[in-house]
Design a protein around this ligand. Structure first.
Ligand code: CUA
Length: 326
């Protein structure tokens, strides 16, 4: 049924699953619509009033009927719920080995950044057969990253990171839309996803960006913003050592803990006083307005690239799943 022109092409691993659930919903809806309309017409004719003096019997309910029309819809809707929830959970948990790509939405374009340094606008090149994890944010209003052929739609919200992932199954060129009304040129906030054979992708991506990898750029930004004056790699600075920070659990001065994921690092750059690491003073100025969202992503990548803390056991980094919210 994937070839029905009513449906977009199925080009990701999740696409057939989403469609099967949709077929189930459609079947249930159509079946009950026909049943109800059929019953209305049948009963209207079968039990019509045949004479002026005819009075209906008084009916005090029917237990069997009531049980049936409660239990059957309950069962059908529970199937919808559990099936939908299972797809939702799959979609919100990127595999650990997924290819990381960053996306920033702004009025009215998509900016995409590869770890190797390539930047694209309204185009995204990805390899076939490999899971791709997108970490996304917006510079202004809410946008939504929508690729019908992948059955992927995820809101892109200012002030936070949202993630989605997909695994393309077919090389080709697929539509990318913004699916959240975001102003005058919302309808032009469109682009293309190019799914390439893995070897072609390797060639495409190996060129690197004009200024090196994302982490390299983050490193340069780190120096130019003078972050390295306080965050010293040997831990002697006035601010926490960032080596091996990413993925670790951080003890805060208020006694709570936080996992050092992308969202925590972003917050620490833009609102440094929100969470103070235990044993440190709130000295850091905010970089809100001084660094773009893309700059923040470069800094996040730079901090990720600082590697594990010296002496930390292997596998100490816990995988971080950014919750999926609407
Ligand atoms: Cu961005 Cu609509």
């Amino acid at each position: 049924m994937g070839s029905l022109p009513l449906f977009p092409e199925q080009a990701s691993t999740i696409a057939p699953e989403v469609d099967h659930l949709l077929y189930y919903l459609l079947t249930v809806a159509v079946f009950f619509t026909l049943l109800i309309f059929g019953a209305i017409f049948y009963f209207a004719i079968r039990y019509r009033r045949r004479s002026e003096r005819e009075l209906p019997h008084v009916i005090h309910g029917g237990l069997t009927l009531e049980v049936l029309w409660s239990v059957i819809p309950f069962g059908l809707t529970m199937v919808m719920f559990s099936w939908g929830a299972s797809i939702f959970f799959t979609e919100s948990r990127p595999p650990a080995d997924a290819l990381q790509i960053y996306a920033v939405g702004k009025q009215w374009m998509w900016k995409l950044q590869h770890l190797e340094g390539q930047r694209e606008i309204n185009e995204l090149h990805i390899p076939m057969g490999r899971a791709v994890r997108l970490t996304m944010t917006s510079e202004d209003v809410i946008h939504s990253f929508f690729v019908p052929a992948f059955r992927t739609k995820e809101d892109v919200v200012p002030g936070r990171y949202s993630t989605t992932w997909f695994q393309p199954t077919k090389p080709g060129k697929y539509h990318l839309f913004c699916a959240e009304y975001c102003g005058t040129n919302h309808s032009r906030m469109i682009g293309w996803i190019y799914v390439m054979e893995p070897r072609d992708y390797e060639n495409w991506v190996s060129g690197g960006g004009p200024t090196g990898s994302l982490a390299d750029e983050g490193g340069r930004l780190f120096e130019s913003l003078a972050c390295s004056n306080c965050h010293k790699p040997d831990g002697s600075g006035r601010c926490p050592n960032l080596v091996g920070l990413f993925g670790r659990i951080v003890q805060l001065s208020n006694g709570s803990t936080v996992v050092a994921d992308e969202a925590y690092i972003r917050e620490s750059i833009l609102q440094p006083t929100a969470k103070i690491v235990a044993g440190y003073q709130p000295l850091m100025p905010t970089f809100q307005g001084l660094v773009t969202e893309e700059g923040v992503l470069e800094l996040v990548e730079y901090i990720k690239s600082l590697g594990p803390k010296p002496g930390a056991p292997a596998g100490a980094n816990v995988p971080v799943v950014v919750p999926h919210q609407q």
